[in-house]
Design a protein around this ligand. Sequence first.
Ligand SMILES: [Ca+2]
Length: 230
Amino acid sequence: MKRTALWVTLSLAAAFVVAASASANLLVNGDFEDDNFGIPGWVPGWTVTTYWWAGWGTGAPMLDRKTGYSTFTGTGIPFSGNYFLATDTMGHANFHVGAYQSFSVTPGATYTVSGGFMGGVQESNDTAWWEVKVVDGTTSDPDAPGTVIAKKDRPAGAGFFQFREEFSGTFTAGDSTATIFLKWGRAQSADYVISAAGFDNLVVVPEPASILALASGLAGMAGLALRRRA
Ligand SMILES: [Ca+2]
């Protein structure tokens, strides 16, 4: 009887730990408030990078920890705190820039990804897009197939464009790690315009149903151990 009580207590405690951890963001520095000590291009927890074709000019843009935009009023306010991940660097076209981060997940479990993103393009014949994507495993390949959580397109010839919105989506883990990509790109060539992109409040948490499954799995393991001991 004492042993039964012990196992019930242990399994309940395990379920509680799993449930409590559900509220914790799996991402490091998802709100971009962590201090980078003023080092340009360094964002704690994230790898920031640019993929582009040098033939199109100089001055490839990068995402960086910023306080706001100067170019697009109304899109420049961080969704929370004092900082967000942004660029308002002009530059020649045909590039995409981004930031990514890998984190531990449980294969088969479903996770919710939420956040805010924003951007803008001056009027011109240029195409721009913004995307948040999650890929199975640990990778630095921005084009690896994955689940698109949120995407925004501004087609060529669409005129002045700006947006600021929150998003939410889910993915089911297929590996013990996953990588989230925050991407911004321009597809046209040789068109010189100012465009901007920004991300803030990135949060990844397990879905409640997945938490229940994990918790009942733990309880089931406790029960199995109990039966073996009986
Ligand atoms: Ca922030």
